[in-house]
Write a protein that binds this ligand. Structure first.
Ligand SMILES: C[S@@+](CC[C@H](N)C(=O)[O-])C[C@H]1O[C@@H](n2cnc3c(N)ncnc32)[C@H](O)[C@@H]1O
Length: 197
């Protein structure tokens, strides 16, 4: 096993543990909101949401990590789920404008170098009236929020993860409308839904 495949396996193992504890229920809730038929899952990772892919959707699953994408493709195959797995960068999506009915991400925006560009790209590839769905951990408020702000710098240096991003504001700046957020965990993990105008 090479280093990339090993890190995909380690990531997959850790995420499966977290999925068991709490994330899987959140994924289920997010996917219950998806409108098809054409759906883009950006940053699919190792495919931990493929359980929720419905036969009536045509799903395009994209990631910029070959090993993760390979694991996702394999998982979908085992579970008998159909999707197109495509290598690509959310900050420069390899699709024409106005294609998808829903574009969704789970725990991606905390990782992006340029989240505003990624959000603009999701806006570009959605049809007018298309749906944006994000399950993300974001900036939160109160004492817990302040604590996270304090550790967010050092944590970013260690993990490359921004734990205190205002992803709703990023969606608004990209032109999305009817933005709403559902709190899942201390207002630090939320589902954001919005529409392309
Ligand atoms: C924290 S993981 C989440 C994976 C998956 N969505 C999940 O919930 O398990 C973030 C994923 O986004 C991918 N990613 C990071 N930056 C990306 C980019 N610019 N374009 C596409 N995918 C990206 C990573 O390779 C990784 O698979």
């Amino acid at each position: 096993m090479n280093d990339a495949a090993r890190s995909a396996s380690i990531y997959d193992f850790m995420m499966r543990v977290l999925d068991r504890i709490m994330i899987k229920g959140w994924r289920k809730e997010l996917w219950a909101m998806v409108r098809g038929p054409l759906v883009l899952e950006a940053g699919v990772g190792t495919g931990l949401s493929v359980d929720f892919y419905k036969d009536e959707f045509h799903i395009t699953a994209l990631d910029n990590n070959h090993s993760f994408l390979e694991k996702a493709r394999h998982r979908a195959e085992i579970k008998g789920k159909n999707a197109d797995f495509i290598f690509g960068d959310i900050e420069s999506l390899p699709f024409d404008a106005n294609i998808f009915d829903t574009a969704l991400t789970t725990f991606l925006f905390c990782q992006l170098e340029n989240p505003q560009l990624g959000m603009a790209e999701l806006n570009r590839v959605l049809k007018p009236g298309g749906q944006l769905l994000l399950l993300e951990h974001v900036r939160t408020y109160g004492t817990f929020g302040r604590l996270l702000e304090v550790i967010s710098g050092p944590l970013y240096k260690m993990t490359g993860d921004h734990i205190a991003r205002d992803t709703e504001e990023i969606a608004a700046k990209a032109g999305f409308v009817n933005i709403s957020a559902k709190d899942l965990f201390t207002r630090g993990v939320i589902i954001i839904s919005a529409e392309k105008s």
